[in-house]
Design a protein around this ligand. Sequence first.
Ligand code: FES
Length: 96
Amino acid sequence: MDEKVEALDRVWVLVCKGDSCSQKGNPEKIRVALKQATRELPAKSVKVSYVSCLGMCGEGPNVLVCRGGKAFKRCSTADCPTIMDEVRKSAGRTDS
Ligand code: FES
């Protein structure tokens, strides 16, 4: 695998901190509670992070749990076609 790309076997807990979610609840408290709860799991197996919007604004506060994926490192716009190949693959589309 290219040294710029790393396959991650990690669970991501993405807490939305966007305006809509922040107005409807308390993403900071949710993140802290989840971070404390995930301490029981192996250190690098879970990452709790903020995101700015998950596209479900009307139903917030929102949290998305997802697993794995690839990390593209030291990116520039020149890497976008390669990243988009991965996005299409993940979306089930390989016809580009
Ligand atoms: S602001 Fe939270 S999903 Fe959009």
